[in-house]
Design a protein. Structure first.
Length: 214
């Protein structure tokens, strides 16, 4: 059942006949329902695409707030999550249907023009913590010593699968100790990148590697 918003002259939300109304990023949208034959079996390409979308939603869905902050987009109708999802569903899934899986090394959580570091490492020498180290490349292109690092850590085996932090150490620091106590004893996948001091520019994320958390 559809609901009127702001009276009879306003937009509506919900289903009315063959039309669905909703508000996306402050704009009222109306769309017709697709003509779906539920008894018809999906084609192999449709089935493969459904699996890909399910995999990527499971991977990126829990970090929507992080992706919306870090991914910059000039399109007001395209969220940071949408931008990241679109890229990764095309480029970060490996295998042949039905044996598909996330390719963690190929995944980019963020994409931007700010230079990332070229040399970095991640180790867990302290229980429940990961030490990230990198070579300061301040002055290379737009890279500035005051750029702030972000870290995102994914644990496939945990229900609460992500830990992330924004505006952590400055680029010039070359090192940061990140708390992942919830992932102690598990294998995780570590990503890092940088935001400019004013938050307007972002680097491509960098896959630092798999780490066994102590």
């Amino acid at each position: 059942m559809g609901k009127l918003i702001n009276g009879i002259n306003g937009p509506f939300s919900g289903k009315v006949g063959t039309v669905v109304g909703y508000v996306s990023r402050g704009k009222p949208i109306m769309r017709g329902l697709p003509n779906i034959n539920k008894s018809r079996k999906p084609s192999p390409s449709q089935a493969q695409q459904r699996v890909k979308f399910s995999l990527m939603n499971k991977f990126l869905g829990p970090v929507i707030p992080f992706l919306n902050i870090t991914n910059k987009t000039d399109n007001p109708d395209l969220s940071g999550y949408n931008k990241a999802f679109s890229y990764n569903v095309k480029n970060a899934i490996s295998g042949s249907y039905p044996d598909l899986a996330i390719n963690y090394e190929m995944a980019l959580l963020t994409r931007g023009d700010l230079p990332n570091v070229k040399q970095s490492s991640a180790v867990s020498a302290t229980t429940g913590k990961i030490t990230l180290s990198w070579t300061d490349n301040s002055g290379s292109g737009q890279a500035s010593s005051g750029d702030k690092a972000f870290v995102a850590v994914y644990c496939p085996e945990k229900a609460l699968s992500w830990e992330y932090g924004l505006e952590l150490a400055e680029r010039s620091a070359g090192r940061f100790l990140f708390d992942v106590a919830n992932f102690s004893g598990y294998l995780v996948h570590v990503y890092m990148g940088f935001l400019s001091a004013n938050g307007n520019e972002v680097s491509d994320s960098l896959y630092v590697g798999p780490v066994q958390v102590g």
